[in-house]
Design a protein around this ligand. Structure first.
Ligand SMILES: *[C@@H]1O[C@H](CO)[C@@H](O)[C@H](O)[C@H]1NC(C)=O
Ligand SMILES: *[C@@H]1O[C@H](CO)[C@@H](O)[C@H](O)[C@H]1NC(C)=O
Ligand SMILES: *[C@@H]1O[C@H](CO)[C@@H](O)[C@H](O)[C@H]1NC(C)=O
Ligand SMILES: *[C@@H]1O[C@H](CO)[C@@H](O)[C@H](O)[C@H]1NC(C)=O
Ligand SMILES: *[C@@H]1O[C@H](CO)[C@@H](O)[C@H](O)[C@H]1NC(C)=O
Ligand SMILES: *[C@@H]1O[C@H](CO)[C@@H](O)[C@H](O)[C@H]1NC(C)=O
Ligand SMILES: *[C@@H]1O[C@H](CO)[C@@H](O)[C@H](O)[C@H]1NC(C)=O
Length: 335
């Protein structure tokens, strides 16, 4: 670095050479960054929730700066079942975060989930008279008063992870507002090259647990110090070779689109209509895997764009793996 500082010409030459190399061999940056939007569009009236999203939701309260807020990790199974030897026992968990104010004694739950359930976020509707698959795939944050201890404790987790000040809570609330307005679409799948720890990740999922991880990271950035406990999360992972970009709805299904490709995407999604229950979702998910294994192909919709995934062994895995609690970037503050 210091040598380069004395020879700025050399450094410039190096930078130019690297830029030229980059131009000759343009490289995608993996994983494809999750796209944030300027605002959340109204959902289409075609998308009708069977269960109202966030029925008891409320605005995030403003806490007194000197308040002391306990932060809880909340996790409970979405569903558990056995499917022969193929996948074994699945540990599919839903994550949330709890807060308890020392000054008021009130407690709160915050989570992020699908507006129209998991099936609708994972597979589109094929509507008569419409070429493009139709997606009801928004997700959002939900904040409400109360923590249902029994629900989280019985088959899951309710554990204190850190204690923050009211001021930190209020800062977090501003971030939640931003995050909720700009991160709009639920992404079920993580896509990576292999099951190895150091594998290339092509796409990252964007679902309930990622929101909790971002929230913890935000609190750590604000100075929260986390307890030392193991924290595992569920991921649904697809394995594929390098993904191929196909285009967006307009470029594929519009008048200039490639009709063969458009038909292939519709055919792919045809058997996988959104499901009524979580159970149906996972049963059909296994059928999809069969089909995906036979043909080794998958059409992924990510950031409102379509990608082709050349699938490879072991095709799909549902893992329950540790993601450690964050270490703060600030030096710790005492509260
Ligand atoms: C999925 O979307 C369809 C179409 O709007 C809707 O009829 C159905 O109720 C949704 N499913 C769930 C579980 O909300
Ligand atoms: C997030 O956005 C949704 C949709 O606009 C809204 O219903 C919900 O209340 C928001 N959540 C929070 C915590 O502000
Ligand atoms: C949250 O508040 C409810 C109602 O007061 C109480 O039953 C529950 O134990 C509290 N939970 C936590 C984790 O503070
Ligand atoms: C916990 O698991 C048991 C056995 O699977 C089940 O009967 C019970 O309803 C579950 N409890 C909750 C709160 O979901
Ligand atoms: C879709 O892709 C086309 C061609 O790449 C681009 O011009 C257009 O702006 C995109 N549309 C949207 C809605 O992103
Ligand atoms: C149209 O899509 C098909 C299937 O992806 C592909 O084989 C074909 O080369 C494409 N045609 C054109 C003109 O791009
Ligand atoms: C949690 O994750 C760790 C490391 O990823 C793993 O060794 C452990 O078995 C997981 N715990 C459970 C209960 O699956």
């Amino acid at each position: 670095m210091r040598a380069a500082g004395r020879c700025p010409g050399l450094l410039l030459l190096l930078v130019l050479a690297m830029a030229a190399w980059g131009l000759r061999f343009p490289q995608r940056h993996w994983p494809v960054p999750y796209r944030r939007f300027d605002y959340r569009p109204k959902t289409d009236p075609y998308c009708q929730a069977r269960y109202t999203f966030c029925p008891t939701g409320s605005a995030v309260p403003v806490m007194k700066e000197e308040d002391i807020i306990e932060v809880y990790r909340l996790q409970a199974p979405v569903w558990e079942f056995k499917y022969g030897d193929l996948l074994g026992h699945l540990k599919i968990m839903h994550d949330a975060v709890g807060f308890k104010s020392a000054l008021t004694g009130k407690n709160y739950t915050m989570e992020w989930y699908e507006l129209f359930q998991l099936g609708n976020c994972t597979f589109p509707h094929l509507r008569p008279g419409m070429d493009a698959p139709f997606w009801c795939n928004q997700g959002a944050a939900c904040f409400y008063e109360g923590i249902d201890d029994a629900h989280w404790k019985e088959n899951g987790t309710l554990v204190l992870v850190t204690t923050i000040s009211g001021a930190m809570f209020n800062e977090m609330a501003k971030w939640v507002k931003y995050d909720n307005e700009t991160g709009i679409y639920y992404e079920t799948w993580t896509v990576q090259a292999s099951p190895e720890k150091k594998s290339i990740v092509w796409f990252d999922s964007y679902e309930c647990s990622k929101f909790i991880l971002r929230t913890y990271q935000k609190l750590a950035d604000l100075g929260a110090v986390f307890n030392k406990i193991q924290t595992n999360y569920t991921s649904i992972i697809l394995f594929s070779g390098e993904p191929i970009y196909l285009g967006n709805e307009t470029s594929i299904f519009g008048p200039q689109g490639n009709k063969t490709l458009a038909a292939a995407i519709r055919d792919f999604y045809y058997p996988f209509k959104p499901h009524k229950t979580v159970r149906e979702f996972f049963v059909d998910l296994l059928k999809i895997i069969d089909c995906v294994i036979l043909n080794r192909e998958f059409y992924l919709f990510y950031n409102l764009e379509y990608w082709f995934l050349p699938m490879k062994f072991p095709y799909l895995k549902i893992i329950y793996e540790e993601v450690p609690l964050p270490v703060g970037s600030k030096t710790s503050v005492s509260v």
